[in-house]
Design a protein around this ligand. Sequence first.
Ligand SMILES: NC(=O)c1ccc[n+]([C@@H]2O[C@H](COP(=O)([O-])OP(=O)(O)OC[C@H]3O[C@@H](n4cnc5c(N)ncnc54)[C@H](O)[C@@H]3O)[C@@H](O)[C@H]2O)c1
Length: 311
Amino acid sequence: MMDLQGKVAVVTGGAGGIGRALGRRFGREGMKVVLADVLAEPLEQATRELADEGVEVLAVLTDVTDYASIEALATEALARFGAVHVVCNNAGTGAVSEGYMWEHDLADWRWGIDVNVLGVVHGIKAFVPILLEQGDGHVINTCSGNGGFAPIARGAMGGPATAVYPMTKAAVLCLTESLHTHLEMTGTRVRAHVLFPGGFLNTGIWESWRHRPQRYAATQQRRTQQATLAGVVARFEAAGAHVEFTPLDAVADQVLDGIRDDRFWMIGPPGSADQVVSSKAASILARGEPDYLVDVLGAHTGKASDEGGKR
Ligand SMILES: NC(=O)c1ccc[n+]([C@@H]2O[C@H](COP(=O)([O-])OP(=O)(O)OC[C@H]3O[C@@H](n4cnc5c(N)ncnc54)[C@H](O)[C@@H]3O)[C@@H](O)[C@H]2O)c1
């Protein structure tokens, strides 16, 4: 376990919900913080918030889909602070597709894969050599129970949920497992971790469509309205599910505890996600049907503190 005081953390998606909470928490631990995000105004606000708390903070406008942009982020972080010890590949984009997966817009697939998967790959490629050179450090990739454990196949209204998002998060888990093994093979003390943010979280991910880049503009006529967080909450409540937001600081705690305990799996307390994992393992071992697939409402009903139905 590394003493975090005075060390340097880089957080992609650092202007948004979880990333912003991570930056705040790292700052309170006495770390220097580099916030990276594609949205200029929220990035500026998040940076000001940390600076006002007395944290040494650097903001770098970054697009994780562009490798040159991530390389520039690493260069700027090193130029300012001289080292990088904790890298959170956290930037992500949420569900925007409609209909069955064969009806999803190809632009939705490209956007989701580029941000959620290649963004993490870019972070690993740019930062791991720096950490290896230093001989110490932590790489934390933000996954989700939605895909990381099993896809949410049905949405809140019983129709099909996006297939894009869970596919990207399954990839994040898989590539973090590979990273763990590859790091171990080198004998380094650099460690890989996979983060499963737990609970129902009030973040921008539910409405990612609001910041859809022109480069990934939709190519199909939309038939249904885009989701809003208020709309999702209303649907849950109409179905009798109690909605209570988990504080984002709880996710930051998961990360800090995971670093301190040197834990690969950064997962919250046992809950419905554990059930999905064990029934999935049982289904595979029995060569049975994938009967562990849950719908977003089922995963949430009465279990607001569990991972499972998240974006
Ligand atoms: N909110 C949840 O319930 C939940 C659950 C599980 C996992 N996650 C994951 O947590 C991570 C953070 O999401 P959040 O919930 O805080 O949502 P958020 O939308 O509040 O934050 C995501 C941030 O990523 C940034 N971003 C998007 N595209 C980018 C790009 N190309 N380059 C750089 N930055 C980019 C956004 O601008 C935003 O600030 C994501 O990877 C998400 O998939 C969220």
